[in-house]
Design a protein around this ligand. Structure first.
Ligand code: NAD
Length: 264
């Protein structure tokens, strides 16, 4: 531990279980001295999330469905009552009907398109709106994205469009809040086996492909995403905003891996 996050308080959104990317980030931030609060979706998750939160300090948990304005208002009112001000928020939330995360994108329904955009894109803007009002000493806002925003990946479909819009919103919000000393960034994580990822068609094959074709020839871990989050959230990242930091074993730079070329 470095004490890099000593005296800093923040909210972690999107913890479902100990495989969640939110958990890799929470552990790292707590290790370096941060005080954490957690929001989780639905009372059913509480019994799983509570012991995890308790293992990192005084458990502060609040139920919040990001699809509801009232629920978001209540979450930030609770945070303000608890702490007055906050220093950071981690948004590790995305959702789409898994029946539309396979097959052809072109078949996507209007209803699922709108729902996916609402939960996976708008919710980050809704978080930034509210969080910035209680970040009186500046702050750092972080979301999670994926390479399927930049290039076509099999089965990612409507989530690819969502992540593209999310990445654009990071840039717009970075400009809006920069004057107040609030930084806004994304981490583009390589494929990691989590609850959300298991809804994506052929996910095991996508992980294998990344392992075989990324420059580091392996996949990344929740802890590696946590270390990058520590950089972006702590003072180490004080000069960085509007950024999309790839933590993907370098996969995004590869056009084609070198192989022994066949005679053609
Ligand atoms: P996860 O299933 O552990 O986390 C997803 C979280 O979103 C869950 O905690 C779930 O409760 C929450 N959520 C969904 N709908 C919600 C709602 N309406 N209100 C509140 N919370 C809601 O999976 P994860 O892979 O850790 O996902 C975290 C983020 O990382 C997502 O944005 C995901 O797209 C992104 N990401 C994941 C990968 C990967 O391979 N796992 C790669 C790149 C980016």
């Amino acid at each position: 531990s470095t004490g890099l996050m000593a005296g800093k308080r923040g909210l972690i959104m999107g913890l479902a279980n100990d495989k969640s990317i939110a958990w890799g980030i929470a552990k790292t931030l707590a290790d370096h001295g941060a005080e954490l609060a957690f929001s989780y979706q639905g009372e059913a998750l509480k019994k799983r999330v509570e012991p995890l939160a308790a293992s990192l300090g005084k458990p502060r948990l609040y139920e919040c469905d990001v699809a509801s304005e009232d629920s978001m208002d209540a979450l930030f009112a609770w945070l303000e009552a608890e702490w007055g001000t906050i220093d950071f928020v981690v948004h590790a939330i995305g959702f789409s009907d898994k029946n539309e995360l396979r097959g052809r994108y072109v078949e996507t329904s209007r209803a699922n398109f709108l729902m996916s955009m609402d939960i996976s894109v708008y919710s980050f803007t809704a978080v930034c709106q509210r969080a910035s009002k209680i970040m009186t000493k500046g702050g750092s806002l972080l979301t999670l994205t994926y390479y399927g925003a930049e290039k076509v990946m099999p089965h990612y479909n409507v989530m690819g469009l969502c992540k593209a819009a999310l990445e654009a919103s990071v840039k717009y919000i970075a400009e809006d809040l920069g004057k107040d000393g609030i930084r806004v960034n994304a981490i583009s994580a390589g494929p990691i086996k989590t609850l959300a990822a298991s809804g994506i068609g052929d996910f095991r094959y996508i992980m294998k492909w990344n392992e075989l074709n990324s420059p580091l020839r392996r996949n990344v871990t929740q802890e590696e995403v946590g270390k990058a989050a520590l950089y972006l959230i702590s003072d180490l990242g004080s000069g960085t905003t509007g950024e999309n930091l790839h933590v993907d074993a370098g996969y995004h730079v590869v056009g084609m891996k070198a192989v022994d070329a066949p005679d053609i």
